[in-house]
Design a binder for this molecule. Structure first.
Ligand code: ZN
Length: 320
């Protein structure tokens, strides 16, 4: 994994995983590689490149190992892979992922639909993965993150008790993850709720063990939530180029927060992301060409950059 001392906020691109697994089209392997390379060249430091699930369940991810091996060749890029279970983790490690993320749905109904596992069964998988990782030499050991999914509500169960999210975060840490994340899989979160839950989880697992949130823009609150997370001191924000993505088991939950809009907000506020927004905006064309007919979202790509825009706190300077 890379150190990021020269940036304030790590924008973790999840489009090649969250986006592509949620749409019907299958992006050709060459286009995925071009996308990942172009986005890394624009300055994106971390990309969740795939999910290690059986190809018969998600044919969109059939080339997962090849994509990880390719992404590993890009200097300075942290290659993140999502895994649903121990077998997926084995495959991700073998392919060379720098970091592995495993989702644990706070809603047990969603967990059974998504991973076909109860909470206890997922925690058992996490424990086995953590054991496997500990058996590897320190220099070859990927990081392990546990993500509490549907943390702000579930399309199947409705409200999710906060104490349940806190308890699952604690159980993930006990099972051996390095850190936990909170995922608004369904786009239910609002800023007040998000801030409260970040505080509650940190009080349980430790401030530095929760540094990332995964937000969706399903109800238009994506950037409001991102700002609330920033104000709580969250330093990693997941987003998807063109807002591609959602969850196949959470009907209506379409669209991660849009990377282009998020980077515009952060950059205009003077927060360093390391990303060149003009280069980032140009990457979208790869998606347009490779995914004909798929909806892409985002305001900044449509409106363009403001007249006279210059990177690094333009919005702050312009107003002064
Ligand atoms: Zn998502």
């Amino acid at each position: 994994m890379q150190e990021h001392d020269d940036i304030d906020i790590l924008v973790s691109e999840v489009g090649p995983r969250d986006g592509l697994q949620s749409i019907k089209s299958i992006m050709p392997t060459a286009a995925k590689k071009a996308w990942i390379a172009a986005q890394a060249a624009a300055g994106v430091r971390e990309i969740e490149v795939c999910s290690f699930v059986p190809a018969k369940l998600l044919p969109q991810m059939a080339d997962a190992a090849e994509i990880v091996r390719y992404a590993r060749t890009i200097p300075g890029l942290t290659v993140l892979a999502l895994v649903p279970n121990f077998k997926g983790a084995q495959n991700a490690i073998e392919a060379g992922a720098h970091k592995i993320a495993l989702p644990l749905s706070a809603s047990e109904t969603h967990s059974k639909a998504n991973l076909r596992k109860t909470h206890d069964e997922v925690i058992d998988e996490v424990r086995r993965i953590a054991e496997l990782l500990r058996s590897l030499p320190a220099g070859e050991r990927p990081g392990l993150e546990g993500n509490v999914a549907t943390a702000f509500g579930c399309t199947l169960e409705g409200p999710v008790p906060e104490r349940k999210v806190v308890e699952l975060a604690r159980r993930l840490m006990e099972a051996g993850v390095d850190e936990v994340g909170l995922s608004d899989t369904t786009g239910y979160a609002n800023p007040t709720q998000l801030r409260r839950l970040i505080k509650l989880v940190r009080a349980e697992v430790g401030h530095d063990r929760l540094s990332s949130v995964h937000l969706h823009n399903t109800r238009g609150l994506g950037l409001a939530n991102a700002l609330a997370a920033l104000e709580e001191g969250i330093t990693t924000l997941d987003s998807s180029l063109g807002g591609l993505g959602g969850c196949p088991y959470a009907p209506g939950a379409s669209g991660n927060i849009v990377t282009e809009d998020l980077v515009f907000m952060l950059d205009a506020m003077g927060l360093r992301t390391g990303i060149d927004i003009e280069k980032l905006l140009a990457v979208r064309q790869i998606l347009v060409d490779a995914l004909p007919g798929e909806a892409l979202y985002g305001f900044t790509p449509e409106a363009g950059l403001p007249k006279g825009y210059a990177r690094g706190g333009w919005g702050v300077r312009a107003a002064a």
